[in-house]
Design a protein around this ligand. Structure first.
Ligand SMILES: *[C@@H]1O[C@H](CO)[C@@H](O)[C@H](O)[C@H]1NC(C)=O
Ligand SMILES: *[C@@H]1O[C@H](CO)[C@@H](O)[C@H](O)[C@H]1NC(C)=O
Ligand SMILES: *[C@@H]1O[C@H](CO)[C@@H](O)[C@H](O)[C@H]1NC(C)=O
Ligand SMILES: *[C@@H]1O[C@H](CO)[C@@H](O)[C@H](O)[C@H]1NC(C)=O
Length: 482
């Protein structure tokens, strides 16, 4: 009896397990089919627009060697670190650990200047002693240059570098700026989603970068770039890498002087040249305000991530800066920030001599891409650009050219609202994954018609790299729009 009953229970149990397994396999299949449809939809849009002419793209400023290391290998947590804290510049190991904790617990990307060269060299040597550490070409401008070259553009990069680093760059990229003895190094301390460091765990995969640059903050390639621009006019000029100036100990007035020279480089371009400014991680409010005055009014287009838009939005709207923001903000929140920012910049620029009218904003986040372009402006293919940016985000972070849906997930809901106040709901359609709509943005007594596009990102579940993601993504979006 007992034996029989045991058998019965055993059978029921087995059948139950099989049923549960079938259920899970089916729901997993359904999910993968949905994701596959999404990939197809995005790829179809991406490949719809063939790039026919070789666009001329000139990119400033800088290059460096990125040394990658896993956070847990390089930085040990101990209770003596105490409270997380932000420092404008980092001098000691304790300051580094407190600062790392500050950004890590929010999963927020950060880039900080380390004033202590001895400590910096020690850390780089230590990072390099781990077999998991590796080096690549880095710097926003250089990574953008690599991506535009790969997309078939005719690329000039403004950067000063050693001969050995120069030899690592593809020959098709024209590099102006001259030679240096020692390349700037950026130490990229990476972590994955859910990594634990002491009492903190990260909300998303990201990186914390420290540098002790000698060349990039001073934009040493500026003059050579100027010479080049005076002989050939690019279709697109990109200004990036200015965060290297953040909290850098410049002699009095030198930074403003540099920014004025960059401003002149922008103002001197004919209207036919499009100008894009790529934002970055800024912690020094004074620098951010300077950018709002002397760089941003002269750009046609802006690119940034979710931290950077929160920071710029606060700087322009409240006059204060935000060091960390939600690392996975709602679409409605970001769209509202984009609207406010667009209006504020347009309003302010009206009174700035030689300013341009902002016509494009691209915000890249972990979960989606959002692009605004003014209708009838010089930017084309906004929907395809959002699709390409989204695919590039996945490909970059997963370090692959092929999207594998088994290594991808969606972290968006089935629908999203276009605004926190009185937004319309838009359902996510797997077969037509990029949602675009028209809006009127009211500025003073003008109504500016824009096209807004949002593309979901197939978030990579096995992150291989996060640094340089924004640069690849921004460039991928731009290349279809010029
Ligand atoms: C972290 O701790 C381990 C074990 O105590 C030690 O081997 C390693 O050198 C430490 N790393 C750092 C960066 O201090
Ligand atoms: C710089 O770092 C070194 C090595 O960690 C340390 O001994 C020194 O005290 C630091 N200097 C300053 C000014 O904090
Ligand atoms: C900036 O100012 C606004 C309005 O006064 C305030 O709500 C916000 O918390 C401030 N942000 C920071 C980071 O201080
Ligand atoms: C992003 O750019 C870097 C530098 O050019 C490159 O190594 C990497 O493969 C790029 N990512 C993708 C997805 O193309």
């Amino acid at each position: 009896m007992g034996y029989n009953r045991g058998l019965k229970y055993g059978t029921v149990f087995t059948v139950l397990i099989v049923l549960v397994a079938i259920y899970y396999r089916n729901s997993e299949n359904v999910l993968q089919k949905r994701l596959q449809a999404l990939v197809h939809g995005l790829e179809k849009l991406e490949s719809k627009h063939v790039i026919t002419s070789r666009a001329k793209v000139a990119i400033g400023y800088g290059v460096c060697t990125d040394v990658y290391i896993n956070a847990k290998e390089l930085l040990n947590y101990s209770e003596s670190i105490g409270q997380p804290q932000h420092f404008d510049e980092i001098n000691t190991e304790l300051e580094l650990l407190k600062s790392f904790a500050y950004y890590f617990r929010h999963g927020a990307a950060a880039e900080r200047y380390m004033a202590n060269g001895t400590l910096f060299d020690e850390l780089v040597a230590k990072a390099r002693s781990f077999s998991s550490s590796y080096s690549t070409i880095g710097g926003n401008a250089a990574i953008m240059a690599l991506r535009f070259a790969r997309e078939g553009c005719d690329v000039t990069l403004a950067a000063k570098l050693t001969r050995s680093l120069h030899q690592m760059m593809p020959q098709v990229i024209n590099i102006v700026g001259g030679e240096v003895k020692r390349d700037d190094i950026h130490l990229v301390i990476e972590y994955k989603h859910g990594d634990v460091w002491g009492p903190y765990s990260s909300a998303r995969a990201n990186r914390y970068i420290i540098h002790n640059d000698a060349n990039n903050p001073k934009v040493n390639s500026l003059e050579a770039f100027e010479e080049l621009l005076s002989t050939q006019e690019p279709d697109l000029l990109i200004i990036s890498g200015l965060q290297m100036m953040d909290n850098y100990p410049f002699p009095n007035g030198e930074r403003q002087e540099l920014l004025l020279k960059i401003r002149k480089q922008m103002v001197d371009r004919p209207k036919s040249t499009k100008i894009h400014f790529e934002m970055a991680s800024f912690a020094e409010d004074k620098l951010l305000f300077e950018l709002c005055d002397s760089i941003i009014p002269f750009a046609d287009s802006l690119g940034m991530n979710e931290q950077e838009i929160a920071n710029l939005h606060n700087a322009m709207y409240y006059g204060n800066i935000s060091l960390v923001a939600n690392s996975t903000p709602r679409i409605a929140t970001v769209l509202d920030q984009m609207r406010t920012l667009f209006k504020l910049i347009r309003m302010r620029s009206k009174t700035v001599e030689n300013s341009r009218e902002l016509t494009r904003i691209h915000v890249h986040t972990l979960a989606y891409q959002a692009i605004f372009t003014v209708k009838g402006s010089k930017w084309k293919n906004t929907m395809a650009a959002a699709a390409k940016a989204s695919l590039t985000a996945h490909r970059h972070v997963c370090a692959t050219s092929h999207v594998d849906v088994r290594k991808a997930t969606l972290i968006l809901d089935d629908s999203f609202s276009t605004s926190i106040v009185q937004g319309t709901r838009i359902a996510l359609d797997m077969d037509k994954p990029v949602s675009c709509w028209d809006e009127l943005l009211k500025i003073a007594n003008e109504n500016i018609p824009i096209e807004a596009c949002v593309a979901p990102v197939l978030v990579c579940t096995e992150a291989a790299q996060t640094a340089g993601g924004g640069d690849n993504i921004s460039s991928a979006g731009l290349v279809l729009q010029i």
